[in-house]
Design a protein around this ligand. Sequence first.
Ligand code: SF4
Ligand code: SF4
Ligand code: FES
Length: 333
Amino acid sequence: MFKVTIDGIPVEVEPGTSILNAARQIGGDIVPPAMCYYSKLEGSGGKCRTCLVQVSKGSEKDPRPMPKLVASCRTTVMDGMEVKNITSPEVIEARKGVVEMLLINHPLDCPVCDQAGECHLQDLGFEHGSAKTRYEFDRRKFERIDIGDKIQLHMTRCILCYRCVFTADQITDRRVHGILNRGDHSEISTYIQQAVDNDFSGNVIDVCPVGALTDKTFRFKNRVWFTKPVEAHRDCDHEKCNGKVTLWYKGEDVIRVTARKDVYGEVEEFICNTCRFDKKKTADWVIEGPRKVSNQSVISSNHYDTLKPLPVVKTNPLLQEANKDQFERETRL
Ligand code: SF4
Ligand code: SF4
Ligand code: FES
């Protein structure tokens, strides 16, 4: 086993583990954000740069620091490595720049976006974003595209993380969409807008970290924080689907079905389109009970089953320094 220290916390991991996964073994605030890496998708990561960290000591054998910040999802640990994430002012500054870059062409859609409340870009914007933009050009604009009858692509919100492409490649029988063109012209597209129609296509909605791929059966039905998530399962006869899902209730109605997600927003197991789109009655499911929602998640609002302390506002002094205005606002609140 290799011993690694991340933000002063030691952990022992298997050789070949990435810094990001070593941090996930520790858990908590020191885990770098990841907008493109997805542990269930082979080859993902290395696109968004949100997971940058500083390697202040390369290894026990060669203690020289790495000259540049590295993508933690793509850098494997060495024995004796020391890594800084939230304790490095350089990382906080760089992450701020990455968020600015991701938001360059991003619309101010949160009030109407289905992903709001579950969106890691929204969280990153809140923690690291600036209220002003330095970008002087027109933002890229795209028409919405229907990908089949259940999925809609809103390319203006896409951050080109490639997760949906890997999902279609690895989970479905055949991929008919991908990223076309290069640089500023890159876009997700179904070639001549062919429909993605196979039993697992709906999973691209779950893996999309932003509101670029949305569920047309749920679109604009409700804000996620007004819904109640409940764990449920059914005997699904699809061989690759285990039928374990989260049902999202509004009153008595199931208004959305998704795969279950872990603390990093990754699905635990992919589900088929029948479970996702065609089973919207309580009678279709065996209810297991309410889904545990983190106290810090906006989804936990309006659920008053027990009295809990208010969520702790992140008080990393480096973040406070980097984002003074925002922290003053939060502290006043
Ligand atoms: S994708 Fe996220 S940041 Fe973008 S508009 Fe939707 S909620 Fe807001
Ligand atoms: S549509 Fe979503 S999942 Fe696909 S590349 Fe864009 S942001 Fe990533
Ligand atoms: S999560 Fe590492 S580069 Fe995107």
